[in-house]
Write a protein that binds this ligand. Structure first.
Ligand code: AVJ
Length: 326
């Protein structure tokens, strides 16, 4: 394998500062969920994926493993894959299948896009190992990475975009529609999108998935403050904030919040902020939208995609769709 990439460390720091400045001064206060994925955050997310109460990753992995060949057929065997939010690369590895299998036509080039440098380095190493591939990493938010990958496209190549893990769930519905349209604009007719979406399930199960008995999700959420303290010199009293997960039925989303236990002043020098938190005041750190199959199809088709194949696991947990750009 050959590995290409750029180090954007200081750029990442500047974008964290501007994200914090913008989102924390909204009402209600917010932080963007992409900021959850520093090195420790990415490790905690990997741990979440192994929790018995978080079915998302397991359900999607089972679908990929069971339908690998049909997925590549439905996507018309792309020459190049672009994975948005690759994380540790596990799902892509599963999709590419066991190494050294003959007669299995793999893409020649893979672009990995993620905001987490640690995730990218793990993913690029494992995906490229013992496979005849060029792996290119883009430490960037989805859209920047997508543009960079699309700009490097060679004529006559067929591209497949992967957007797995229900990462689409972090967008609100207008944002999701706009982002799918952005992906569509980066593609040509005949290209494809493999996209995973978590389905609505009983509230009790959803709350356990986002507020687990081991407290791993709570740690994942609160680590955002640890990160901001470290990288931006902030003074959050991390123990003074607790994790809260809420199911918002009307909006069909899980929300994660951090709740200040007591009144506190927080300085964030690198973002130029000095904030006062009231007791009970919250920071909204993530939304995770849950879908039903028909509304998800409708969203894809409104963005200019036609569903080629779709699979739901036996327990009805998760939807995996191959959509063609047309
Ligand atoms: C990676 C965004 C799909 O929303 O389920 C897991 C992140 N947050 N537990 C999700 C997450 C809390 C995850 N996504």
């Amino acid at each position: 394998m050959r590995l290409v990439g750029t180090d954007l460390g200081s750029l990442a720091l500047q974008s964290l500062a501007s994200d914090v400045r913008y989102y924390l001064t909204q009402s209600p206060r917010q932080l963007p969920s992409r900021a959850l994925y520093d090195t420790l955050g990415s490790a905690l997310f990997d741990a979440i994926c192994q929790l018995p109460w978080y079915p998302v990753t397991r359900a999607e992995r089972r679908l990929i493993d069971a339908h690998r060949a049909e997925i590549f057929d439905a996507a018309a065997h792309p020459d190049r894959l672009v994975e948005l939010g690759c994380g540790n690369g596990d799902k892509l590895n599963l999709l590419l299948g066991p190494r050294g299998v003959r007669g299995w036509r793999l893409p020649r080039r893979i672009d990995l896009v993620d905001v987490s440098a640690s995730a990218l380095s793990a993913a690029s190493r494992s995906v490229g190992e013992d496979r005849d591939l060029v792996v290119v990493v883009h430490e960037a938010p989805y859209e920047d990475g997508l543009v960079r990958a699309a700009d490097a496209r060679v004529p006559d190549e067929r591209v497949g975009v992967l957007f797995l893990g229900s990462n689409i769930g972090n967008f609100d519905p207008p944002g999701a529609a706009a982002f799918l349209a952005t992906i569509r604009r980066a593609l040509r007719n005949g290209d494809s999108l493999l996209i995973g979406a978590d389905l609505v399930k009983p509230e009790k199960e959803l709350l356990l998935a986002y507020d687990d008995p081991l407290g791993v999700t709570a740690a994942f959420n609160r680590n955002l403050l640890v990160r901001i303290n470290r990288e931006l010199g902030a003074t959050f009293d991390v123990e003074g904030f607790s994790h809260r997960a809420v199911w918002n039925d009307e909006a069909s989303r899980i929300e994660m919040h951090l709740v200040s236990a007591h009144p506190q002043h927080v300085d964030i020098p690198a973002a130029g902020l000095a904030l006062a938190f009231a007791a009970g005041e919250t920071i909204w750190t993530e939304s995770s939208y849950k879908y039903d199959t028909d509304s998800f199809d409708a969203m894809l088709s409104a963005a200019g995609f036609a569903t080629a194949r779709r699979w739901v696991d036996d327990e009805g947990q998760f939807l995996l769709t191959v959509a063609r750009a047309e």
